[in-house]
Design a protein around this ligand. Structure first.
Ligand code: 6PG
Length: 240
C-alpha cells in the first residue's frame, strides 16, 4: 500500500492531528476487539504527542489500552536515556492505566535475554503461538537522519531477521546496546504512523518516499500490508 503523506506548517497542527489519529484508532479498535494495542517509539520527536495523549482523559478508557514499546536502550528505566523512563514520566504517571496493561521491554541480565522475554510477552498478550505474529493496532515510528527506524540501523543484521519479534542490537554509533522489535512484527501492524521533523531528515524522507531506497531501514518498514502514514513538517518534506 502506498504511504499516506501529510505535511504541516506548524508542529502544533502536526501533533494535534497525530493525537486525533491515535484517538480514532483507539475508538475503532475498542469497537472491534475491546482493546487497543499501541507501540511507542523513543527519541525526542514523539514527546508532544505523548503529552497530548495524556490529556485525553475523558475520551480514553485507559483499561482498554495495551501499551508496548518499539525499542529500548539497554539501561535501567531510571537512566536518562531510557525510553520507558521517559514514557513513564510524561504519559504513564499522568493516566490511570493498570500496570498489567503496560509492557515495557524488560531490562534483564543482557540484551538478548530482554529481547527473548519481550517476544514471549508479546505472544502471551496476543495469545499468539510460535507460528503466529501478533497484530498491533498502531505503531508510532520515528526516522533517524541515517534512515533507521525503531533500532533497525542501516546495514544491521537485525534487518534480515525473519522469525524473532524482538532482537538485541549493537551499533557503533549508539551509546548503549538496544532491544528492538523486528520487521515481522512491524510488517504485521495495522498502521504505522511516522513522525518526522526537521530539514536534517529531508534527504532520508526523499529516499524513503520517492526513491523507495531499500538500503534505508524505514523504507523496508513500509513493506507490510498495513497502512503507512507519514506526518512531516515542511522542513522534513522539503525534498519531496
Ligand atoms: C530511539 C528510537 C528511535 C527514534 C529515532 C528518531 O529509541 O531513539 O525509538 O528509533 O525513533 O532515532 O528519533 P527522533 O525522532 O527523536 O529524531
Amino acid at each position: 500500500m502506498n504511504p499516506i503523506i501529510k505535511i504541516f506548517d506548524s508542529e502544533n497542527a502536526l501533533f494535534r492531528n497525530a493525537a486525533d489519529i491515535v484517538l480514532g484508532r483507539y475508538q475503532d479498535a475498542v469497537k472491534m476487539h475491546t482493546f487497543f494495542s499501541i507501540a511507542l517509539s523513543g527519541g525526542k520527536t514523539p514527546l508532544p504527542l505523548y503529552r497530548l495523549f495524556a490529556t485525553l482523559q475523558s475520551e480514553v478508557d485507559w483499561k482498554r489500552l495495551q501499551l508496548f514499546m518499539v525499542d529500548e536502550r539497554f539501561v535501567p528505566y531510571r537512566h536518562a536515556d531510557s525510553n520507558w523512563g521517559m514514557i513513564q514520566k510524561i504519559l504513564i504517571s499522568q493516566i490511570d492505566i493498570p500496570s498489567d496493561n503496560c509492557h515495557p521491554i524488560p531490562i534483564l541480565g543482557n540484551a538478548q535475554d530482554s529481547a527473548i522475554a519481550y517476544e514471549s510477552e508479546l505472544r502471551q498478550i496476543f495469545h499468539a503461538n510460535h507460528y503466529q505474529i501478533p497484530q498491533l493496532d498502531l505503531m508510532i515510528m520515528g526516522v533517524g537522519a541515517d534512515g533507521h527506524t525503531a533500532s533497525l540501523f542501516p546495514g544491521s543484521e537485525a534487518l534480515i531477521e525473519s522469525r524473532r519479534l524482538a532482537i538485541e542490537v549493537m551499533h557503533d554509533h549508539v551509546r548503549h546496546s538496544r532491544i528492538t522489535v523486528t520487521f515481522p512484527l512491524i510488517h504485521h501492524a495495522k498502521q504505522l504512523m511516522f513522525l518526522v521533523l526537521g530539514d536534517h531528515k529531508a534527504e532520508r524522507i526523499h529516499d524513503i518516499l520517492v526513491k523507495k531506497d531499500d538500503q534505508v531501514p524505514a523504507t523496508l518498514a513500509c513493506r507490510g500490508k498495513g497502512e503507512h502514514l507519514f506526518l512531516l513538517d515542511i522542513q522534513a518534506a522539503s525534498h519531496l
